[in-house]
Design a protein around this ligand. Sequence first.
Ligand SMILES: *[C@@H]1O[C@H](CO)[C@@H](O)[C@H](O)[C@H]1NC(C)=O
Ligand SMILES: *[C@@H]1O[C@H](CO)[C@@H](O)[C@H](O)[C@H]1NC(C)=O
Ligand SMILES: *[C@@H]1O[C@H](CO)[C@@H](O)[C@H](O)[C@H]1NC(C)=O
Ligand SMILES: *[C@@H]1O[C@H](CO)[C@@H](O)[C@H](O)[C@H]1NC(C)=O
Ligand SMILES: *[C@@H]1O[C@H](CO)[C@@H](O)[C@H](O)[C@H]1NC(C)=O
Ligand SMILES: *[C@@H]1O[C@H](CO)[C@@H](O)[C@H](O)[C@H]1NC(C)=O
Ligand SMILES: *[C@@H]1O[C@H](CO)[C@@H](O)[C@H](O)[C@H]1NC(C)=O
Ligand SMILES: *[C@@H]1O[C@H](CO)[C@@H](O)[C@H](O)[C@H]1NC(C)=O
Length: 627
Amino acid sequence: MLFSNSIIAILAYSVSIPVVFAQISPAQLEPLITGLAQKPSSNDLDKRVPLMTDDPTVAPLIDLQVFAPPVAPKGGKSCQVELLQHSFGNGSFNVPAVVPYSPPTGEGCGEVGRWATISLNLSVSCIGTQYDRLGSIYLSNVEIWRTSSAEPTKTGTIWNTIKDVTHFTPLFAKEGELLMDFDDIISAELLLDGVFNVVLTATFYAPTESFQTPKTSDLILPLSNLSPNTSNYFTIDNDLGGTTQVKIPDTTTEIYAEIFCSGNSAEEFWYTNTPDEFLSAFPESTGLIGKGSFREVQLLVDGQLAGVVWPYAVIYTGGITPTNWRPLTAYGTYDAPTYWIDITPFLPVLLTEDTAHNITLKVVGQGRNPTINSNWFISGSLHIRTGRSKTTGRITSYNVPDAEVSTTGGSSDGNVTVWTTITARRNLKIETELKTDEGDVTVTFQQSLNYINEARYADEGWLQWVNQTTTGSVTSTHGGRKALDDAFTYPVQVASNYSLFTQQFGGYGSEIHQSHIRALQPPTAGYRAIRSIQHAQGWVNMDDWPGLRHAINGSGATEQTFAYADDRGETYFRDVATKNDGWVKDDVWGTLRDGNPPVPPNQIFGPGGGPGFRRNVGRNARFSRSL
Ligand SMILES: *[C@@H]1O[C@H](CO)[C@@H](O)[C@H](O)[C@H]1NC(C)=O
Ligand SMILES: *[C@@H]1O[C@H](CO)[C@@H](O)[C@H](O)[C@H]1NC(C)=O
Ligand SMILES: *[C@@H]1O[C@H](CO)[C@@H](O)[C@H](O)[C@H]1NC(C)=O
Ligand SMILES: *[C@@H]1O[C@H](CO)[C@@H](O)[C@H](O)[C@H]1NC(C)=O
Ligand SMILES: *[C@@H]1O[C@H](CO)[C@@H](O)[C@H](O)[C@H]1NC(C)=O
Ligand SMILES: *[C@@H]1O[C@H](CO)[C@@H](O)[C@H](O)[C@H]1NC(C)=O
Ligand SMILES: *[C@@H]1O[C@H](CO)[C@@H](O)[C@H](O)[C@H]1NC(C)=O
Ligand SMILES: *[C@@H]1O[C@H](CO)[C@@H](O)[C@H](O)[C@H]1NC(C)=O
C-alpha cells in the first residue's frame, strides 16, 4: 500500500522511574485456562434439545451478561429481602426510585453487620421497544451498582444479574436510603414503549464455621454529588471534575477508594474517538468525534494526584451494532467493573487539621479546553478502617511524573486512508510512614500502566478499525502486607463499517473482539481472577421511515468463554454462543455453576441461531454517528 507518511509526533515526556509493566502472572492465569479446557463431556452437562422454531423469539427471551455468582456459605442460615420494586416508565427520566432501607432482622438473616455474604439480585423485565439506558443504584449516596438495559423485544425480555456487595457491609448495617436511577424514555413520537420492571432483592447470609465474616471496612463515605433525588454520580464534561468534601476519623489506619466510571454520549465510544490533529482528514458529515481515545480518570486529594484509573471499555446493548448484543451482552454491560485506589499514603494530608478535605474525581482526555467531550459519569466511595488511637505520619516519597502520552499517524494521498497510533504510559509510586495504634507502618502505593490504540480509517471515516489494549498493575503494601493487587489486560478490537449508513435502505455493521482479563485482590474482599473473551459480529439493515433511519432487520453472532477462580477454590466456567436473537449454546461448569446456571433448554436454538432481528417500525440510529 502507498502510504505517504506525514508522521506527527505530538507529545512526549521523559520519566525518571523505571518502567515495570507487571502483568497477570502465568500462575494466576493457569487455573482459568486449565478449567476452561476441562469442559465436561456433553453427557455431563444438561441435555438440551435444539429447538427449531419459526417464532420470532422465545418469550420471554432471556438476555444476560455473563458473571460469576457470589460466593456464599453453604448450609448456613440466610434470608431474602425485597429492597425495591419499581416500574421505570413514562416520566422516569431523571426521576429515580427512592425507598428507605433498614438492616434485615428476620429469622435467618444473621447478626446485623456480621454477614458472611450479601448478594443482590437485580431482575428486570421489559416488553416493547426501548434503547439501552443507563442505570445506577446507591445506598446512602454511595453507588453500589452501575448497570444498563437490554434492547427489549416485542414479546418480552428478562435479565437477571447477581452481584456480591459484601464489601458494602457498613452501609447495609445501618438505616439509609436506597436510590435507583434508570432513565427510561416513553415516547409515542420516538416509538419507544418499553417500561423497565425492576425487582431488586438482597440475600443476607449468616457466617458459618467454615465461612466466617470477612474483614470489610469500618466506615464507608460517598464520593458523589449527594443528591437526595437524582442519580448521585458526577456528570463531567469539563476538566474540573467533581469534588466531595470529606472528613475522616483521626483514628483512620487504612483508606481505599472504589470508583465507578463510564463514558456517555460523545464519550460512550471514547476508545474510538479520533485525535484532534487528524479530525480534519475527514468530512464533518461523517460525524467522527475528536479529543482522541486515551482517557485517564484521576483521583486528587486537595488538588494533588493520588492515583488513576485506566478504564475498561463497557459496550452497551445498543453499542456500535445492537444486533451483536442480544441476547448475550458484552462483559460489564449489566454490572460495570469498578477500580480501586489505595489513598492510605494520603492520610497525613487527610488528617491535617480538623477540616474537611477535597477529593476530586476527574477525567483527562486528549483534547483542549476541555480535554474530554460531554460526558462522563463518575462516582466512588471511601472504604475506611479505623484503629483506637490517632494516626499520624508523613509522605516520605511522592514520585508521580506526568503520564507520557504520544500521538502519531499519517495518511495516504488525499486522505484515502488515515492511520493513528496513541500510546500512553504512567508509573507512579507514593510512600508514607504512618504511626497507628499498631505501630509504625510503611505504606506504598504503586501504579504501572501501559496503553496503545491503533486506528485506521477509510471511506472518509465511514470505515474504522481500532485496536486498543490497556495493561497495568496497581499494588499497595502496608508494612509488607499486600493490601491491593490488581493486574489486568483489556484488549478491544472494533472494525466498524458505516459505508452504507447514509444510503436509502442502507445499513451498518461491525466485528468486535474484546477481553477482560484481570487478577484482583481488592482491599476489602478476597482474591479473584476473571478471563472473559468475546467475539461478536453483526449487521443491521435500515429502512427509510420518514424523518428517522430505522433498523428494520439484522443479524448478529456473539461467542464468549468466561473463567473465574478465587482464593476459596471456587470456580465458574461458561462457554456460550448466540446468533440472530437466539441462544446457540450455553455450557456452564465449575463449583459455582448452580448459582448461575445455563439458560433453560427452551431458549436454545439450533446452530443457525434464532430468526434474527425483525421490526416493522423501530429505533433511530443509535451509534454516535447518527444523523
Ligand atoms: C432473581 O430474582 C428474580 C425475580 O425476582 C427471580 O426470578 C430469580 O430466580 C432470582 N435469582 C436468584 C438466583 O435468586
Ligand atoms: C407521558 O407522560 C406525559 C406527561 O404526563 C404525557 O403527556 C404523555 O402522553 C405520556 N406519554 C405516553 C406515551 O404515555
Ligand atoms: C431534590 O432535592 C433538592 C435538594 O434537597 C431539592 O431542592 C429539590 O426540590 C428536590 N426536587 C424534587 C423534585 O423533589
Ligand atoms: C488530509 O488530512 C489532514 C489532517 O490529517 C488535513 O490537514 C488535510 O487538509 C486533509 N487533506 C484533504 C485533501 O482532505
Ligand atoms: C476545597 O475546595 C474549596 C473550593 O475550591 C476550597 O475553598 C478549599 O480551600 C479546599 N480545601 C482544601 C483543604 O484544600
Ligand atoms: C488490529 O489487529 C488485527 C489482528 O492482529 C490486525 O489484523 C489489524 O490490522 C489491526 N488493526 C489496526 C488498525 O491496527
Ligand atoms: C462494508 O459493507 C458493505 C456493505 O455490506 C460492503 O460492500 C463492503 O465491502 C464493506 N467494507 C469492508 C471494508 O468490509
Ligand atoms: C431486510 O429488509 C430489507 C428491506 O425490506 C430487505 O430487502 C432484506 O431482504 C431484509 N433482509 C433480511 C435478512 O431479512
